[in-house]
Design a protein around this ligand. Structure first.
Ligand code: GLU
Length: 364
């Protein structure tokens, strides 16, 4: 799951969108792209770095007041330009093989589990597919529901999606509007400071320096941003009021500094990260794990949990998986509790045997 940035503004917003992607680069990505409303929809996509995307938008003079941008971490379809986001809808009759802009442009983080059945239904209606992604079905689905109102089309579409997603979409026929939705993947709204600007992003970090006024959208929320106003509805399509928080996104965390790449930066930051985590901690004592119990014993909750379990199952991916492997050494050597560590993305898709006497620890 990678990065999303979207914006409505009264100025050319492409530099802000691309800068937002730069702030999300630390998460890793295999391709990136941007689409804007500029007398129709225009886009640039690349399997190269965000810096190259910037050069591309400059040389192709891609500019616009309304746009969406994405860094992709491929789950469906190879890391290739034709699979990179934003995806355009190719309505019935359109030739998917050409670069002819469609009506909807869309970026997506996450996985659509029922993409195959949706693709078959859309193909039967005459929609042509230009990528192998699960994402492209959402663009076509929104197009198929579109009747002059992007917000309504997104509301109708997300009802049909199963899986995890954060999306942001723009429409050729509505130049000053970005509509987003989230279910299982994060999406935030940034309330702009000037020019009536408003933003969407998968992470407040993307908007550091642009706005510190952040609304954290909740699961099932659908959001409509327009110049000077925004609108949120919940899963039941009832108007939702979410608090605006002032968030000081620590932009230094997203900057590469003197390091060659983000993995090197994270490795060198480990001593600092551990020191920050342990600040104020005077030793690994039971009190750390939930205060004093009714019986006056420290660490009561941890003690109760450990009495009720026979095993620990740690679920994590990537570097977190390796951390889990280290935890396994400690849990087995010190606490003598059998511990298993599994790659979460594999566990997610297999039929496991749930055991009430296993403590499941997930790391994200
Ligand atoms: N599943 C989508 C794809 O493969 C989105 C991946 C992402 O979250 O970056 O294109």
């Amino acid at each position: 799951m990678c990065g999303i940035v979207g914006a409505v503004s009264g100025r050319n917003i492409v530099p802000v969108l691309v800068q937002g992607l730069q702030r999300l680069e630390y998460r890793g990505y295999d391709s990136c792209g941007v689409a804007v409303h500029a007398a129709g929809l225009q886009r640039a996509r690349t399997t190269s770095r965000v810096a190259d995307l910037l050069a591309q938008v400059q040389s192709e003079r891609i500019e616009g007041f309304t746009g969406i941008a994405h860094t992709r971490w491929a789950t469906h379809g190879a890391p290739a330009v034709h699979n990179a986001h934003p995806h355009f809808s190719h309505g019935p009759g359109a030739d998917a093989g050409t670069a002819r802009p469609g009506r909807i442009a869309l970026v997506h983080n996450g996985i659509i589990e029922n993409h195959e059945s949706l693709r078959a239904a859309l193909q039967a209606k005459g929609y042509a597919f230009a990528s192998q992604t699960d994402t492209e079905v959402i663009a076509h689905l929104i197009d198929s529901h579109y009747d002059g109102d992007l917000f309504e089309a997104v509301k109708a579409s997300v009802r049909e999606l199963h899986g995890a997603f954060a999306i942001a979409a723009i429409c050729r026929d509505e130049p000053h509007r970005v509509v987003g939705a989230r279910e299982g993947s994060p999406l935030i709204l940034g309330v702009g400071k000037g020019e009536g600007e408003n933003f969407l992003a998968s992470d407040a970090m993307a908007l550091a320096g642009v706005t510190d006024q952040i609304v954290y959208l909740e699961e099932g929320d659908i959001v409509d941003i327009q110049p000077g106003k925004y609108w949120i509805v919940d899963r039941a399509h009832k108007t939702a009021t979410r608090p605006v928080r002032t968030v000081q996104a620590h932009s230094g965390a997203a900057e590469l500094g003197p390091y060659r790449h983000y993995m090197q930066k994270e490795i060198f930051e480990q001593p600092r990260a551990i020191a920050d985590t342990l600040e104020g901690v005077e030793g690994i004592v039971p009190e750390l794990f939930d205060g004093i119990g009714a019986d006056g014993a420290p660490g009561a909750a941890a003690w109760r949990v450990f009495k009720e379990i026979d095993k620990v199952l740690i679920l994590a991916c990537g570097t977190s998986y390796y951390s889990g492997c280290t935890a396994k050494y400690w849990l087995e050597a010190i606490a003598k509790i059998p511990t298993q560590v599994e790659i979460a993305s594999e566990y997610r898709y297999r039929e496991s045997v749930p055991d009430p006497r296993t403590l499941v620890v997930t790391i994200s």
